[in-house]
Write a protein that binds this ligand. Sequence first.
Ligand code: NAD
Length: 256
Amino acid sequence: MHRLEGKVAIVTGSASGIGAETIQLMAREGAKVVVADFNLPGAQDIAERIIAAGGEATSVFVDSTQEESVKEMIGHAVSTYGKLDILHNNAGGSKPIDVDVSNMTKEAWDFAMNLNLTSVMWGCKHGVLAMRENGGGSIINTASVSGLLGDHSYTAYGVAKAGVVNLTRYVATQEGKRNIRCNAIAPGLIITPASEAVYTEEIKAQFEKNNALSRLGSPKDIAQAAVFLGSDESLYMTGHILQLDGGSTVHQPNLS
Ligand SMILES: NC(=O)c1ccc[n+]([C@@H]2O[C@H](COP(=O)([O-])OP(=O)(O)OC[C@H]3O[C@@H](n4cnc5c(N)ncnc54)[C@H](O)[C@@H]3O)[C@@H](O)[C@H]2O)c1
């Protein structure tokens, strides 16, 4: 408890799944939090839950693909709580129109790039500008193991997440001397509303079998890492890609 005492945090896409779990854990750890999402009623609901549990929270609409909206979200945090210490650029996702390269369309490509990469870039830009005023801070970007490996489908999503991986290193390089850290989390399959909508029980069982550990991931697995990256416990860590995938990517194909 209180690992984030005195800090102000924003998590984008925090009305659902990984983001909702993360923002609530950050609040329980003492941060004043901004629940930011495209789904404003959902964000308001999470903020109310945090306040009912004794935390400090506000909610704001954000379309993370739009620069002006991201700027307003950060302005909301600064005008409400006076500063920004932690920004978790978590909003992202995919659509079944994102298939293999031979069937790729501009619509599918642009959708995935905007939602998963351009959005994180706008977050980094305006997060950095606010954190410079504050003498430093911690930016956390949500990548994916899909950005580290190949797959049969969701090509644009995976390429966008690969972009997030290297954007993280660029921001870490450019802002480190200003005491702004930037790290990424690359989750494997995590059970959330988004993954439940895409993966059948059969595919989930396949993922579970391929994990070195004996279960699939939960939003809490990611939230705990995000709290660590936002806290002073990770002060010497920047430009790092934290792979949280139950060991699905660490082994040869003969796992039994
Ligand atoms: N669940 C997984 O297995 C998994 C694995 C690897 C990476 N990820 C990544 O983790 C992040 C969170 O995923 P999740 O599974 O919790 O998803 P989710 O769909 O449960 O939650 C995503 C949230 O983002 C919001 N959102 C969507 N578009 C937005 C926009 N333009 N602006 C602001 N908010 C927007 C949605 O309203 C929703 O509340 C995503 O970046 C996703 O790519 C998830």
